[in-house]
Design a protein around this ligand. Structure first.
Ligand code: PEP
Ligand code: MG
Length: 583
């Protein structure tokens, strides 16, 4: 048993394993570097005449934090994930919020708290207010506030951020209570071999950045900072979500062998970049990329994507306040993607605002059930001038290469009618002013059960369907995809979901029209054979997932998978049948 002394766990000299969440794939080994902060905060009363000094300390720590974030924003690499600039801006806004600073100043001047205590006392007040909020999106913003407070505390302590390993030195693993996406970006250039945090969730923005950096990461590893001491040897298993502290030589060697094997496999996968995705029995499969902004085209091409299957155009709009992109700016962005893909097909989804992607707090975020409210196509149809501005930009971009336009969250035939009317009107508007436009393929996203059940009727109006399984699972199972309290019920392998997928794919086949999947399951290599067996021939995913999915495709024989896939889809417990499969 461990005993505690002075707040630190005393360990017997034996290997310890901590289970967290598997957030970013891979294995790393190295010496632990503990990120300062997140621990005890100095709390003491000051003399009233010391208040100006504490206020000044607070002011300089805030300024230093602002400079740090400004610097990060300016140095942001071109291929940084789309939401990052917006997130850094949110942190800057919180940092510069006068209400926060006024409240902290009052703790100092009226209650005579030292600066650190004043800041954390106010954080607790705001924290309780966030916890009481009904809206899940706003509740989650508490994490932003905590990360900002941590950054300021860090400067108040005068602490130095951990330095990366010196060149040629032993690899290092960063252990922190929490890391913001901006923190991770700071260490983008290979500074650490892996990251472990006590806080966080697999779908957080920090997790998204860790995955995009291609570095193993484990989050929600509770107690890791108590167990790990600086320079302890750690093994980080990003696939199992485990952290192993002080492994004996045998375990280290075993993981080294696994690392070598993974490196060999990654190199092998790199070699697949230009190999066409075709099964052993000759079924060609289309592997497309999901992107959030034009700069992501580079990653798509690097991964060997044969086109863009989902450009989430709303990321051009989010975080812009009242200054939304107009027709010309949108046209330039869409055209940059079309040009960048050099003749390969590009499918752009019209703005999917609302629910967990509110446009600066307007509309969604203030209603009881935003996921069921005015979002996606409903939003666009509620604002025809804005919708047509986007459609004109899309039609103009289509003059430069093959473009597909698809509409999110359609459920009603009347929505289809209205959306297509808006496309025709936008085309007329361009013609009236003599502007060039191109032909577009039109598609519907299948994201609600109503749409899945109506797929055949939808295809009378569209050239293709794209199944958004992230939402289809949410709406089929009535699970809010952002609510961690019901996350254990969110199951893409629920038989109802699989049967909807099977049906929609079969309808596409019957009608001779393309059906693809662009939700996260398309990039899950563990499900590739199942989806192939169900008849799917077009997958759209984060570029980093393409090589692994392609490898599965190259090894698959569709003829041998079909009966099994049907059996999985029609089982009461599909996961059990899938797990048994050894093929
Ligand atoms: C989906 O719902 O599966 C999808 C691809 O759209 P988003 O994740 O952007 O809602
Ligand atoms: Mg969706």
């Amino acid at each position: 048993m461990d005993e505690t002394a002075g707040g630190r766990l005393l360990r017997k000299p034996m290997m310890q394993r901590i289970q967290g969440l598997a957030v970013a794939h891979g294995v790393a080994q190295g010496r632990a570097v503990l990120m300062p902060g997140g621990g005890d905060v100095a709390r003491y009363h000051i003399e009233p005449e010391q208040a100006p000094l504490e206020l000044a300390r607070m002011g300089s720590a805030r300024d230093a934090a602002v400079r740090e974030l400004d610097g990060l924003r300016a140095a942001m690499p071109a291929d940084a994930p789309a939401e990052l600039a917006a997130l850094i801006d949110v942190h800057l806004q919180v940092l510069q919020d006068e209400m926060l600073h006024g409240a902290v100043a009052r703790w100092i001047t009226e209650h005579h708290y030292n600066a650190e205590w004043a800041l954390t006392a106010q954080m607790e007040v705001f924290g309780r207010q966030f916890d009481a909020m009904e809206d899940a999106y706003l509740r989650e913003r508490k994490a932003d506030l905590e990360q900002v407070v941590e950054r300021v505390l860090h400067h108040l302590r005068g602490a130095v951020r951990p330095e990366p390993a010196s060149e040629g030195g032993e690899p290092r693993i960063l252990v922190a209570r929490d890391l913001s996406p901006a923190d991770l970006l700071q260490y983008r250039d290979g500074a650490f071999a892996g990251f472990v945090t006590e806080a966080g969730a697999a779908t957080s923005h920090t997790a998204i950045v860790a995955r995009s950096m291609g570095i193993p990461a484990v989050m929600a590893a509770r107690g890791v900072r108590q167990l790990v001491r600086p320079d302890d040897w750690l093994i980080l298993d990003g696939d199992a979500g485990a952290v192993i502290v002080d492994p004996p030589p045998g375990v280290r060697a075993e993981y080294q062998a696994r690392q070598r094997e993974m490196a060999r496999r990654d190199a092998e996968l790199d070699g697949l970049r230009t190999v066409p995705a075709c099964t052993r029995d000759g079924h060609a499969v289309q592997l497309l990329a999901n992107i959030e902004r034009p700069a992501d085209v580079a990653a798509a091409l690097r991964a060997g994507a044969v086109g863009i299957g989902l450009f989430r155009s709303e990321f051009l709009f989010i975080g812009r306040g009242a200054d939304l992109p107009g027709e010309e700016e949108q046209y330039q962005a869409y055209r940059a993607v079309v040009d960048g893909m050099q003749g390969r097909p590009v499918t752009i989804r019209t703005i999917d605002i609302g629910a967990d992607k509110p446009l600066d707090g307007t509309h969604a975020g203030q209603v009881a059930n935003p996921a069921l409210g005015l979002r996606a196509i409903r939003w666009s149809l509620a604002d025809p001038p804005m919708f047509r501005t986007q459609l004109r930009a899309l039609l103009r971009a289509a003059a430069h290469g093959p473009v597909g336009v698809m509409f999110p969250m359609l459920a009603h035939m009347s929505e289809i009618r209205q959306a297509l009317e808006q496309v025709a009107l936008a085309r007329d508007e361009l013609a009236a002013r003599g502007a060039a436009s191109g032909a577009v393929r039109l598609g519907a996203m299948i994201e609600v059960p109503a749409a899945a059940l109506m797929a055949e009727a939808f295809l009378r109006h569209f050239d293709f369907l794209s199944i958004g399984t992230n939402d289809l699972v949410q709406y089929t199972l009535a699970i809010d995809r952002t609510d961690e309290t019901v996350a254990h019920l969110y199951d893409p392998l629920h038989p109802a979901v699989l049967r909807l997928l099977e049906d929609v794919i079969a309808v596409g086949e019957r009608c001779g029209k393309e059906v693809s999947i662009c939700g996260e399951i398309a990039g899950d290599a563990a499900l590739t054979r199942l989806l192939l067996g169900l008849g799917l021939r077009s997958f759209s995913m984060q570029p980093t997932h393409i090589p692994r999915v392609k490898q599965q495709i190259l090894q698959a024989e569709v003829g041998a998978l079909q009966a099994w896939a049907r059996q999985v889809a029609h089982a009461d417990e599909p996961r059990a049948v899938l797990d048994q499969a050894t093929r």
